[in-house]
Design a protein around this ligand. Structure first.
Ligand code: NAD
Length: 307
């Protein structure tokens, strides 16, 4: 088996893959795109994380391609329909990154509520004006979760420990009888103190939190997005922060990565991280080992792990 590794993987995972087949690792190549174009031609398995896009044009070049293994959850960087039409199996590891992205979400909520990024910068510039850093308490406030799936539910469990009440919007959850309030999207946006987005990216969720929806946020609201870029109008969110129409925001994902207008982010109560939700050693190891297992299963004829 010829295995093409496009994004960096944990050492232990690399060893496991080497036991399955001949591995070519282009993850740290300076000419990765050209290498991908060339090396995919005879690869039978391609392993990627979020740093590689496999669109129709590139998949077409993989004449021997049998398996695309996404080490992580999101498959919006793969043309899954086209891959399927070519009888290529696509597999991912939906749960491995979960705890890491949930913990980053909690960190962004707390940081935005207490302006930790601005306060840290302030002190390091030799200043000591504490009046600039009046924050917001979380206790007694409403957290509104958009997309109440695996990540959304775990964030909600953690934030309850801070004394927050939970509301959610998820049209795919019917007949809810849990303690969390199920709301329509507009109602959630107008009533929540903190809004955190945890949807998967689909045609339906593209620009779900548009300019019009952002205008519904409360005056002192905080908005967090650790799901996927493109589900939120970031440009307008920055405008709202600049005009102090909302209190703060935390972003880990962007419609374009890396985002171009990053210079406009400074001095705002916006904690912006470079898509590091899954970047913990634990998550990377778990996702990598899941990926190896998935590949072995597919090779043994078990397609239960295929998307
Ligand atoms: P999940 O599939 O368990 O949950 C997604 C939820 O969104 C589901 O409950 C679904 O019903 C809901 N949903 C779908 N369409 C919707 C719509 N139009 N409106 C509202 N809700 C809708 O996924 P998950 O494992 O919880 O992951 C959530 C997101 O986190 C994904 O986008 C994933 O890619 C992202 N993620 C990001 C990182 C990172 O590095 N920042 C790491 C891991 C996961």
């Amino acid at each position: 088996m010829k295995i093409l590794i496009c994004d960096s993987l944990n050492e232990k995972v690399l060893k496991e893959l080497q036991a399955i087949g001949d591995c070519i690792d282009i993850s740290s190549s300076h000419t990765k795109n050209e290498d991908l174009d060339e090396k995919i031609e005879d690869a039978e398995i391609v392993v990627i994380r979020s740093g590689t896009t496999l669109d129709k044009a590139i998949i077409e070049k993989g004449k021997s391609l049998k398996i695309i293994a996404r080490c992580g959850v999101g498959v919006d960087n793969i043309d899954v329909d086209y891959a399927k039409s070519q009888n290529i199996f696509v597999t991912n590891s939906p749960s491995a990154n979960l705890i890491s992205v949930v913990e980053l979400t909690v960190a962004l909520i707390i940081s935005a509520a207490r302006k930790i990024n601005l306060a840290d910068k302030h002190l390091k510039e030799g200043k000591w004006n504490r009046k600039e850093f009046v924050g917001i308490e979380l206790s007694g406030k409403q957290l509104g979760i958009i997309g109440f799936g695996k990540a959304g539910k775990l964030v909600s469990e953690r934030m309850k420990a801070f004394g927050m009440s939970i509301a959610f919007y998820d049209p795919y959850i019917k007949d809810w009888n849990g303690s969390e309030k199920k709301l329509e999207l507009d109602e959630l946006l107008t009533s929540s103190d903190i809004v955190s987005i945890h949807v998967i990216k689909t045609k339906e969720t593209e620009n779900l939190i548009s300019r019009e929806k952002l205008d519904l946020l409360k005056e002192n609201a905080i908005l967090i997005n650790t799901s996927r870029g493109g589900v939120l109008d970031e440009g307008y969110l920055i405008e709202l922060l600049k005009s102090k129409k909302i209190f703060g925001a935390g972003l880990d994902v962007y419609s374009e990565e890396p985002p171009k207008k990053i210079d406009t982010f400074s001095d705002l109560n916006l904690i912006s991280t470079p898509h590091i939700g899954a970047s913990t050693s634990e998550a990377q190891l778990k996702a990598g080992l899941d990926t190896v297992e998935n590949i072995k299963k597919i090779m043994d004829g078990d397609t239960t792990v295929v998307i």
